[in-house]
Write a protein that binds this ligand. Structure first.
Ligand code: ADP
Ligand code: GN1
Ligand code: MG
Length: 368
């Protein structure tokens, strides 16, 4: 593998001589490497990534989207007198003059400037950090609010269409290819009892009650780089799933990932709790940067619950289908991840009133 990666590194227009490279980060989807180059004056690190071809069947769409969106963001950052090389991703050209390299196996690779003096947190109990994440994702959405959403490709069709995800889940239960359904009967029932929730956001979008926006769609805490000293949000990364969507997806996904007291694959289910201080911190940061419609605000607490249910359903579907999508470390990993999300759903059902009060504090008005 190392030999193969080194060969790919040689295909990109990196400056200087290769010093070393190593696997980097904790992404569930792509293979990421930190690549160090240097010349006589300085070190220059880069990020190299193999795009997961099972997840992204048309990787060029993801690259086109990333190029268009970062071009737009660069302009906005420049106008704010910021540093575009630090505050958004910069793709590096390969020898073919493209922002990617397609290897002899047909796999796509991308490279980016490494954003130094930053840290990606997988988890935090520090409200300041999560407040900064809220600001960064809110600003991201605000900067893209004048970008024509419908011109972007859907890199993964129906990515946050919870209704479609529910149908895929039912199909996996019906086929039960790996004879695993019996062992997760309780979890299957849990999802089926909530079928009525699955169409709520898609129906709001279809009926035009909430606007279609450019959204990130994968607003995990570790998809925003924080300044190592100030811990301020510097750059929103992982733009693979930037697509037309709803602001509710970004809010909901961030809360389900960052306001959970436990990790995403915690085995002691009692540790899975919605931290209201973290919920408040993110809400304050996000709503301080982006202006949402009253209808969107109304559904913010619900979105956190729905995206938790959706991801739990996705983990469970993957478990039933033989673990082909999310990287796993052991058998049953996706089943445990699903259980965590479902416990979070319960937590959110119990804490709905509290969530509503907090959202109202930072947005004003009624919330669902
Ligand atoms: P995945 O889609 O697999 O989650 P990411 O694009 O999020 O992959 O990258 C994985 C990790 O690599 C991130 O969480 C972050 O730690 C690091 N990373 C990615 N891009 C950069 C960058 N340009 N500069 C610094 N670190 C980065
Ligand atoms: C994946 O790539 P990563 O680890 O940032 C997934 C998200 C899930 C997340 C759960 C393209 O995100 O949708 O919420 O795992 N990304 C894709 O950890 O499916
Ligand atoms: Mg990521």
């Amino acid at each position: 593998m190392a030999e193969r990666v080194e060969k790919i590194i040689g295909k990109f227009n990196f400056a200087g001589e290769l010093v070393e490279f190593a696997s980097f980060g904790n992404g569930n989807i792509n293979d990421t490497y930190l690549v160090r180059f240097a010349n006589h004056e300085m070190e220059k690190p880069y990020i190299l990534q193999k795009i997961n071809g099972f997840v992204f069947s048309e990787p060029w769409k993801l690259i086109e989207n990333t190029l268009s969106v970062t071009r737009h963001l660069r302009e906005k950052i420049r106008k704010q007198r910021g540093d575009p090389d630090r505050e958004t991703l910069t793709l590096i050209e390969s020898e073919t003059g493209n922002a990617f390299y397609r290897d002899d196996r047909g796999e796509y690779w991308c490279a980016y400037l490494f954003i130094d003096h930053t840290k990606a947190y997988d988890k935090t109990d520090n409200p300041w950090i999560f407040y900064q994440a809220g600001k960064a994702f809110g600003r991201f959405q605000c900067y893209l609010s004048d970008y024509p959403a419908h011109t972007l490709y859907e890199t993964i069709p129906d990515f946050h269409n919870t209704k479609v995800r529910y149908e895929a889940f039912l199909e996996a239960v019906k086929n039960d290819t790996f004879y695993r359904a019996e062992s997760v009967r309780h979890e299957i029932d849990f999802v089926c009892q909530r079928e009525g929730d699955t169409g709520v956001i898609t129906d709001l979008l279809c009926s035009g009650q909430i606007p279609l926006r450019v959204t990130h769609n994968d607003t995990k805490l570790n998809n925003v780089l924080m300044d190592s000293e100030t811990m301020e949000g510097v750059c929103v990364i992982d733009l693979d799933t930037v697509m037309p969507g709803s602001a509710l997806y970004d809010f909901g996904d961030a809360i389900r990932s960052g306001a959970n007291k436990s990790t995403e694959d915690e085995q002691d289910i009692a540790k899975v709790q919605l931290d209201m201080e973290l919920f408040e911190a993110f809400t304050k940061g996000f709503l301080g940067e982006v202006t949402l419609t009253p209808k969107e605000i109304e559904y913010l607490p619900f979105s956190a619950k729905l995206i938790s249910l959706e991801l739990g359903m996705r983990f469970l579907t993957n478990y039933l289908n033989g673990d082909k999508y999310f990287k796993t470390a052991y058998e049953g990993h996706n089943r445990n991840r699903a259980k965590v999300q479902f416990r979070l759903v319960r937590e959110m059902e119990q804490k709905t009133e509290e969530m509503k009060k907090i959202v109202a504090r930072y947005a004003g008005g009624e919330t669902r």
